[in-house]
Design a binder for this molecule. Sequence first.
Ligand code: GDG
Length: 496
Amino acid sequence: PDAETGVAGALDDLVVVSNREPYQHRYTEEAGVVVDTPVGGLTGGLDRVMRRTDGTWIAWGDSDADPSVVNAADCVRVPPGDPSYTLRRVWLGEDAVREYYYGFSNQVLWPLCHGLHGKAEFDRAFWERYRDVNAHFAETVAEHVEPGSTVWFQDYHLALAPRMVRQSLPAGTPLVQFWHIPWPEADTFRACPEGEALLDGLLGTDVLGFHVPEYCRNFLDCVARELPGATVDRDAGEVVYDGHRTRVRAFPMGVDAERIGDVSANTPDGFWESFRREHGVVGSTVAVGVDRLDYTKGIPERLDALERFWERNPEWRGELTYVQKATESRSAIPAYQRLGTEVRDGVERVNDRFGTDEWTPVVYLEEHLSDADLYGLYRHSDLALVTPVRDGMNLVAKEYVAAQPTTPGEAGVLLLSALAGADDDLGDDALTVHPSDTDGFADAIGEAVSMPDHDRDRRMCRLRSTVRTNDLDAWMGDVFAAVEGVRDGVGSVGTG
Ligand code: GDG
């Protein structure tokens, strides 16, 4: 069995399929080929799993390496410097990227699944391209699967590929999909004209995973309501459709808590003083937020709450500084451009209103931080504001907990949105925030900054234990245990 996950077999011949590639090769005249790792919740975690396999990761080739060198080949061995698995790139043209990625994936499915269907831009061309790109991925998967392989699709970019590839796989190949974002309620899902086809695609899997039971229930409700011919067993969490059984399961994703704890505990002496000096972080108390610039993350709502807090608690002006680490994301989409402007204007508004020559209330950083700097920032921040308006899980909440010091009296406070999937795991010991309730949110900030040591320690101790127990390996172990169940033939229906 694999030492970390305790699962036998499933890690061999693993074929992971995702939109985003874990390594991007960039070509520059000066430096030649440079390798970047993209920021996001998914690729970092899975890369650590893949390093333990000799598997294949199939992803959109978003690299622009010099075509004359090996890095632009269909297949490269990664990670660079310590190759342990194969990255197989699927090349997509500009139109495909625009319509499949920026279009159907991020202007239809993303808002729809986050319950924001008013933001969805339905467009027939987006849908048709999404179908074509899914077919392209399915063909590529078929080329790489051998008897004994396990195929693991990731996320909302690839809802149709499981059904498309099913026919071409050797009998008994387990097909798994993990959906990293929420699944909406049936009333919201109905807004999507292609809903039936999406459900049909996903029911090509043997195991369909979501972060929390609520998303599983919503999915089963949608199937029961929208898909004629499907039999839904809510108690067992199963659907039988077209002679095939799909198990629908919650696997709450965790983080590599041990590594984050180690890295954060080993930041060099003087790290925090120089970070504060470099970025102008002043005051006795620091709050942190780390987000992609995405309208689901609730950044404008957070700035409103901080403004309300400083308005009502003038004694905290000059004392509490908020560090917002923001990462540009999907900026080809107008809604993301508008959000970027709204956030930058909001930061300026708050800083103009309360800032002084000595103190900047909101320190806004868009530069990429190394893991060591990010985990050091978490460790030294007295509170974390993780307050999305909707989020599948939110790994930042768990990373913040994993990075906290264990010394009594030094624990930070997690403020967590009731609308993040992470609330299921962490809600009992975090301070719960409803991000659009500005007054309640400002009160929670007040409670956090004045929370007695013993209360902070007690909450953080329990949070730490949860995050360490339900870590990334535990998540993998749960997913692969479900795969083993399929491989053993438990749950198959006829020849499905
Ligand atoms: C999707 C779902 C779900 C950010 N800035 C830097 C940096 N990051 C890293 C964080 C964290 C990741 O990016 C963001 O993860 P999230 O979970 O918050 O969010 P999404 O990207 O929206 O991910 C989400 C996730 O998938 C997994 O299923 O939790 O709900 O939306 O890991 O640390 N990392 C570094 N420097 C930065 O500047 N090193």
